[in-house]
Ligand binder design. Structure first.
Ligand code: SF4
Length: 219
């Protein structure tokens, strides 16, 4: 298991290396959520829909306080979803963001390519910290041969683990629909495609070739 790439230094504000941000999504966890995609993933699953998020080269580098404020400025959301990339590779900073959101009554959903058991047994203190501020964990690597249409996950080996009461145990009706995909066009013309597209849909829309519109396909 890789160490956190972004441990905060003494006296310095922790920074995050981000791949993308969406203010509002209805397909990345229960309710309406802001979504943060982090840059960098050491897990590198075969068939990953986001290989452009594997590199740890700096992308959009922001302080914890800036990201927290950006999320808190979005009205009427239930919380945030940390996706990637690998959120647990930037656990120290994301845990601090999560704490600030909890203070304001928002919930935290975290995706990870590690299993829950791996994080519990081998996770660094920062990773355990992120686990403690996570209300719903979606855990496990994407395994192409186990690809599925179960709500919130990409392959059937992955687990949805409720870690607090902040998120109700029911999955909302929109998550009963399988393979939900959401397209968002922001005021600057950026197109974001997110959710759980089938491989056929990804191919049909050539999403990974749409660099000019900065697409993001999240799993
Ligand atoms: S599916 Fe997730 S954990 Fe696996 S390589 Fe892609 S970003 Fe990393």
């Amino acid at each position: 298991m890789e160490r956190d790439q972004n441990e905060p230094g003494a006296g310095k504000e922790a920074m995050l290396n981000l791949a993308g941000f969406l203010a509002r999504s209805a397909v990345n966890g229960p309710g309406t959520r802001a979504v943060v995609w982090v840059q960098g993933c050491p897990v590198r699953c075969e068939g990953c829909f986001n290989p452009q998020f594997w590199s740890f080269e700096p992308a959009d580098v922001v302080p914890v306080s800036v990201l927290a404020q950006k999320i808190l400025s979005v009205s009427s959301i239930d919380g945030v979803t940390f996706s990637g990339g690998e959120p647990f590779a930037q656990a120290a900073a994301l845990a601090l963001v999560g704490e600030k959101l909890h203070d304001r009554g928002l919930s935290v959903v975290t995706y990870t390519g590690y299993t829950f058991e791996e994080i519990l047994a081998q996770g660094t203190p920062s990773m355990q910290h992120l686990l403690r501020v996570t209300d719903l964990l979606i855990a496990g690597p994407y395994i192409q041969s186990l690809s599925c249409t179960i709500p919130l996950i990409g392959s059937s080996n992955q687990s949805v683990i409720r870690l607090s009461d902040r998120i109700p145990p029911v999955i909302s009706p929109q998550h009963e629909r399988s393979s939900t995909v959401e397209f968002t066009i922001s005021p600057d013309g950026t197109l974001t495609a997110t959710g759980f597209p089938t491989g056929r849909l990804v191919q049909a829309f050539s999403l990974r070739q749409m660099d000019e519109v900065h697409d993001h396909v999240a799993l």
